[in-house]
Design a protein around this ligand. Structure first.
Ligand code: DUC
Ligand code: ZN
Ligand code: ZN
Length: 478
């Protein structure tokens, strides 16, 4: 049966791509962009259009792609509080039209069952499109075989491994090497949580024995050097495994960035992402707040001190400019203070690790444009286009071009966004990780495959509109 197509024209806006910002109108038919033209070009088509969006004075950019989220992740004796429904609605509020969430397999579990559990959680519940990476927490013959199957048959082409969290998600170097060899054979990408968890656990036990139980010790017991060391080791292993594409997730430290930059200079297939919290926050204004409040910002890798030997913020922004950091994701893994973060009262090591941010990445990184840290084009590149290319979704996603999905964020640079639990906040947490931040710009209108999901400060989308995206291989290696 033929579907009723709806035509939308976005006119008078400035379309931003990785290569420039141009006054262009956009014609959408059904799910996809069908044409682009000079301002006024679609005046004729406007008569028959179902919707005309006037983007005068606004930027028209590809919808954000957050390639690192953890909806409903069981972790730390509890589970991340955003469901696929609440998390993708919050994503929509933040101009994000695709998330790539991390399906979970732990030691002793079956990879196929882990993936199918994630499909069950997400199917019919998402407001915007979604794809999956697969966490492999138990590497053995069976899970290695499954990695190849997922890559070739399921559109799940990237696998997150952990050098941290012994006894939970951790893999040792031999297991990591085997998984990397498997990925090298089938073309998949290895995503690495690079922190030396064995050494960290020693430091944690020693701190607790000294009575150091407050949230700030979470950061002191996970020093930047142990992120640098693990990053280096992951790079060496990936080289030994045949230069498998290696993607360092949530990079927080200059020590790790130096390793990635050196590997890239040596021609290795090494990539990295960082997250807004590592670009803006310091231990002093988060984890070290009086009492237990710092628990809100316990995540791993940790928020680092302003007094470290390196200026992590400046280095990470520079890494983003220089492309040694290719992508900004959020590692969205939200927990409430009540009953969740509180599990770690009197023992920081029991605080569930993670914070919420899927709603605020486009806003926070746009503020980097305002501050002169990155260009407008680089904002689009690091938050949408490169995520699509890195994880095999381009040009369906990540670009405004004829034939691409009409995933579009209309951004108003003249308005402000005040983030906070009583201001802008649509995630399922009882606090905001970004309370009090004010952004010089605002999400105006958001379209997901041609359907308006946010307009006039209102969510007008539909649960179940979001579809699963089968991904191809990384598009950086061909
Ligand atoms: N780090 C977090 O802070 N939460 C989820 C998992 C992770 O690696
Ligand atoms: Zn991680
Ligand atoms: Zn994560």
């Amino acid at each position: 049966m033929a579907r009723t197509m709806s035509k939308t024209v976005i006119k008078n806006g400035t379309v931003v791509s990785t290569t420039g910002a141009i006054a262009q109108d956009v014609l959408i038919d059904g799910d996809v962009i069908v044409a682009m033209g000079a301002p006024g070009y679609f005046e004729g088509a406007e008569q028959g259009a179902d919707k005309v969006i006037d983007a005068t004075g606004k930027y028209v950019v590809p919808g954000g792609i957050d390639v690192h989220t953890h909806m409903e992740l069981p972790f730390g004796g509890t589970a991340a509080v955003d469901t696929f429904e609440t998390g993708t609605i919050a994503a929509a509020w933040g101009g994000v039209t695709t998330i790539v969430d991390m399906a979970l397999q732990r030691y002793g579990e079956n990879v196929h069952e882990g993936l199918s559990e994630w499909h069950t959680k997400a199917a019919g519940n998402c407001a915007v499109d979604y794809a999956f990476h697969q966490i492999v927490g138990g590497i053995d013959d069976e899970s290695l075989k499954a990695m190849t199957y997922l890559t070739e048959q399921e559109g799940v082409t990237s696998f997150k491994l952990f050098m941290a969290y012994p006894g939970v998600f951790y893999s040792d170097d031999g297991q990591i090497l085997r998984a990397m060899q498997t990925a090298a054979d089938c073309g998949a990408t290895i995503m690495m949580h690079a922190e030396n968890g064995i050494a960290i656990d020693v430091l944690v036990q020693q701190a607790l024995a000294r009575g150091e139980t407050d949230p700030k010790y979470h950061s002191y017991t996970r020093p930047a050097a142990l992120e640098g060391e693990a990053t280096h080791r992951a790079i060496v292993l990936s080289h030994v495994a045949g230069n498998v594409p290696l993607y360092i997730v949530h990079m927080s430290a200059s020590d790790a960035l130096l390793e990635v930059a050196a590997a890239r200079d040596a021609g290795r297939n090494v990539f990295a992402e960082t997250c807004p919290q590592y670009l803006y926050m310091t231990l002093e204004d988060t984890l070290a707040k009086p009492g237990f409040e710092g628990a809100k910002w316990v995540c791993s890798p940790p928020i680092r001190s302003a007094h470290d030997t390196h200026h992590h913020h400046a280095d990470l922004w520079k890494g983003l400019r220089m492309n040694d950091i290719a992508i900004v994701s959020t590692d969205h893994c939200p927990f409430c203070m009540k009953d969740q973060k509180e599990l770690g009262l009197g023992n920081f090591s029991k605080i569930p690790n993670g914070m919420g941010g899927v709603e605020h990445r486009m806003e926070l990184i746009y503020q980097g444009v305002v501050k002169g840290e990155i260009s407008l084009e680089r904002w689009v590149e690091t938050c949408s286009t490169t995520p699509a290319r890195m994880f095999g979704m381009y040009p369906k996603k990540g670009v405004i071009a004829p034939g691409s999905d009409a995933d579009i964020l209309v951004w108003d640079p003249t308005k402000q966004t005040k983030i906070g639990i009583n201001d802008k906040h649509h995630m399922n947490m009882d606090h905001s990780s970004w309370e009090g931040y004010v952004i010089d710009g605002k999400v105006d209108t958001v379209l997901s495959r041609g359907t308006v999901v946010i307009e006039n400060d209102t969510y007008v989308g539909r649960t179940g509109h979001g579809q699963f995206v089968k991904r191809g291989l990384s598009q950086y290696l061909v």
